[in-house]
Design a binder for this molecule. Structure first.
Ligand code: PLP
Length: 393
């Protein structure tokens, strides 16, 4: 049986975003209702009631892949529909969480590794790892460290925060699997169709759904995706006990967002490609004196990048460096279309003086998250703001 429940139809991402949960509807509404109940009627037929002693777990799926709802910490109709759509789009069995970091906590809880091998990347994941170090002595080692062995977890973030540069997945998988370690990929910066980490044999994929999957800067959620239904069941059981599922309303917002997921991401990626190409030519021809560096997968020349990001579209989030920390700090206030704010993935473009939220990056670095506005308007806005500093050099 497929993860999506629509195994007989071979739909593509845009259609799956709208229809992958059709068979989960429990009322005739075309727009999915928000189900707010925390508790559900037991079956009125006493012969169908099973004592908890004879059931595996409250989260276990029925034969048809659906859940009998008991209490909403273990599962509810909107979470189940979100998971049907995410499973289809993300190409595996999806389990949703109340944030990207609770999803990460779910993964570390399930694998419970002795060692975690990872790059710098998103600082919050390092914060979760510190909690596990306190609880269980988890040891953090660099990506592809020689000490990695059986039972350890290799965590690859690609494209990586805050630069949007790609990290070689095939290399990480080969390294980890020959040592008996598992590979988790934080693919938040490049959801489908931009890349599919499962093509490279990774064990589990994570997204902060707060970013591109949510896409409107109005909900927190996270997701883990596995190819193994038993891992999915174990994650669901842990999630029920940790109380880590998203609330009903956040789940509904996420489901609504997924209806337009593909068109948003594609527009954002195309816009970013156009803006990066313009910045790159401006840098090479020295048209913008304050611009000193651009980071984006589209500018990487290593062979693996074209295999991994194989659609010709790249992450809509990238970074630039400017001539001084002072200019980096001031530039956002001179832009009209970019909000100066943290986060990424929403329909509105954001720029962030990244030193505000990440203590480990250069103070001359700005992270840009490109939205769905017109790319030429965004270029004009960036050009005017960047050129306004020329006289100060
Ligand atoms: C935002 C983010 C997270 C954390 O997700 P939350 O939804 O904020 O908990 C993890 N990884 C990456 C790469 C992120 O950008």
């Amino acid at each position: 049986m497929s993860a999506t429940g629509i195994s007989d139809l071979d739909l593509r991402i845009a259609s799956l975003g709208v229809h992958a949960d059709d068979s989960y509807a429990i009322v005739s509404d075309v727009a999915t209702p928000v189900h707010v109940s925390t508790t559900y009627h037991y079956d009125s037929d006493p012969t169908k009631l099973k004592s908890a002693r004879d059931r595996d777990d409250a989260t276990v799926k029925n034969e048809d892949g659906k859940t009998t709802f008991i209490y909403s910490r273990f599962g509810n109709p909107v979470v189940e529909r979100v998971e049907a759509v995410l499973s289809a789009i993300l190409n595996g069995y999806a389990v949703v969480y109340s944030s990207g970091l609770t999803a990460y906590t779910g993964a570390l809880t399930y694998y419970n590794p002795k060692r975690l091998s990872l790059t710098d990347g998103y600082h919050g994941c390092h914060g979760v790892a510190r909690i596990f170090t306190r609880l269980s002595g988890l040891e953090k080692v660099p990506l592809l460290d020689e000490s990695v062995s059986a039972g350890d977890l290799v965590h690859v973030e690609t494209p990586i925060n805050p630069t949007g540069l790609s990290v070689d997945l095939a290399k990480a998988v080969e390294f980890a699997h020959t040592r008996g370690a598992k590979v988790l990929v934080d693919a938040t910066f490049a959801p489908p169709p931009l890349q599919d980490p499962f093509e490279f044999g990774v064990d589990i994929v994570m997204h902060s759904a707060t970013k591109y999957l949510g896409g409107h800067s109005d909900l927190l959620a996270g997701v883990l995706v596995t190819k193994d239904p038993q891992v999915r069941d174990a994650l669901l059981a842990d999630r029920g006990m940790l109380g880590a599922a998203p609330g009903n309303f956040e789940s509904w917002l996420l489901l609504r967002s997924l209806r337009t997921f593909k068109m948003r991401v594609e527009t954002q990626a195309k816009n970013a490609g156009k803006i990066v190409a313009w910045l790159d030519s401006a840098l090479k021809t020295n048209q913008i004196p304050v611009l000193t560096k651009i980071y984006h997968s589209s500018l990487q020349t290593e062979a693996f990048v074209a295999k991994q990001m194989n659609t010709g579209l790249f992450s809509p989030t990238f970074a630039i460096e400017v001539a001084s920390a002072d200019i980096a700090k001031t530039l956002p206030s001179r832009l009209k279309l970019f909000h100066h704010a943290t986060s990424l993935g929403g329909v509105e473009s954001l720029i962030e003086w990244r030193a505000m939220s990440d203590p480990n990056v250069s103070e001359s670095l700005l992270r840009l998250s490109i939205g769905v506005e017109d790319a030429d308007d965004l270029i004009a806005d960036l050009k005017a703001a960047l050129l306004s500093f020329s006289a100060t050099l």
